[in-house]
Design a protein around this ligand. Structure first.
Ligand SMILES: Nc1ncnc2c1ncn2[C@@H]1O[C@H](COP(=O)(O)OP(=O)(O)OP(=O)(O)O)[C@@H](O)[C@H]1O
Ligand SMILES: [Mg+2]
Length: 364
């Protein structure tokens, strides 16, 4: 999937934008505060109906207006067009979404059409932050390559909620509890299987990409499923009933899964420099894109915000070459135009955009 045309109205400082991006590389430069990150944020919004820097979508509405509109004409690999629009009003609590002129059944439908990978200066959080981010990373992948994942995941979340709510009752109905535990166990084991299978497929692609991007060695990705590896989930739930009812929530299961990232047995975050962390996270995300292209037959859009941040000239160049090889639509931003002038293999296919105080123009 690629964006053939993108129009924005009153989205942060971007009052009126109308772009026809290249199907491949789009290089975007402009001063601090000109609107580069806002442009990427608008594309990210189209995929996930959330922002990567604001909790509330109302914050994305221009201070000088009461509503933003983001509209994209998407085109899939077979050339089919798919219009997608998102609008948010200051006075309303609802976000209006129209996909092919109709309200989609769920946000997952948008995400399935328009997978987006963001690599920005916060990327290291995937390593440094809590397990939730790493679970989201795994689930993004499992969701896109395994169609059954979302159903198992939704059923699991529902059952978990029910068990947690029962645990908080003064008198717990044991029959009800048993019922929900069975459902958690069945769906939780399924979710875990998809996560494990996904990671197994991802690893070789990640190793290959990481070796291109850096010379870091001794790297290991290890999946922790969230409960005792010697017990079926149902037994683990049974065993922790007492503790769980004291705490009022379920402390064991796939909702506690994590991905441990180590180098020669040490936590990656303790060993790697910031630039190296960025390269590792980039390799992880690019591997996700490659796996999606090979197994799901879908191409994701890469959003690379502030590409030069933390990277020296050499690593910037290899990163750019790896991006160019993805054969996907890529949006790369930089404050400095010169930082994007690398030895591109097919410079004639690249579009350059200059952002100035909320205006975006094609550089010819
Ligand atoms: N809701 C809003 N309405 C209007 N302007 C906003 C809104 N939210 C943020 N801004 C402004 O939009 C401008 C663009 O921000 P953005 O983060 O996109 O800039 P940038 O080009 O990525 O800058 P940098 O190079 O510093 O990362 C900033 O000046 C910011 O203060
Ligand atoms: Mg920015």
């Amino acid at each position: 999937m690629a964006i053939q045309r993108l129009t924005l109205q009153n989205f942060r400082n971007l009052e009126k934008v109308d772009l026809q991006p290249a199907a491949g590389l789009n290089l975007i430069y402009g001063e601090n505060g000109s609107g580069k990150t806002s442009l990427l944020e608008a594309i990210y919004l189209l995929s996930l109906v959330r922002s990567f820097r604001s909790k509330k979508l109302k914050n994305l509405i221009s201070h000088t207006d009461t509503r933003f509109t983001v509209f994209a004409q998407l085109v899939d690999d077979e050339g089919h067009l798919l219009p997608l629009g998102i609008q948010r009003e200051q006075s309303s609590d609802e976000t209006e979404i129209l996909l092919r002129g109709q309200r989609p059944a769920s946000i997952a439908e948008l995400t399935a059409h328009l997978p987006v990978q963001l690599i920005n200066p916060d990327a290291f959080r995937l390593l440094e932050g809590g397990p939730r981010e790493r679970r989201q990373f795994l689930d993004w992948g499992a969701f896109h390559v395994e169609p059954r994942f979302i159903y198992a995941w939704q059923r699991f979340q529902r059952a978990l909620k029910q068990r947690n709510s029962l645990l908080r009752h003064a008198r717990i109905d044991p029959l009800q509890l048993e019922l929900w535990e069975k459902e958690i166990a069945a769906t939780g084991e399924e979710v875990t299987l998809y996560r494990e299978t996904y990671l197994k497929q991802l690893k070789p692609l990640f190793v290959k990409l990481l070796s291109r991007l850096s010379n870091i060695e001794g790297f290991r990705l290890h999946f922790l499923r969230g409960w005792d590896k010697n017990l079926p989930l149902l037994d683990s739930l049974n065993a922790s009933r007492q503790k769980d009812s004291e705490q009022g929530f379920t402390q064991t299961g796939p909702q506690r899964a994590d991905l441990r990232v180590t180098i020669d047995g040490r936590s990656a975050i303790e060993v790697l420099s910031r630039g190296q962390q960025k390269l590792v996270v980039s390799a992880l995300k690019l591997a996700q894109g490659e796996l999606l292209a090979s197994s799901g037959n879908k191409r994701c859009i890469y959003l690379i915000d502030d590409l030069p941040a933390e990277l020296d000239r050499y690593h910037r160049e290899v990163f750019c070459h790896v991006l160019e090889e993805q054969e996907s639509q890529v949006f790369i931003t930089s404050v400095d135009e010169a930082a994007l002038q690398v030895a591109w293999k097919e410079p004639e296919k690249i579009l350059w955009f200059h952002v100035e105080q909320g205006q975006i123009s094609l550089k010819t």
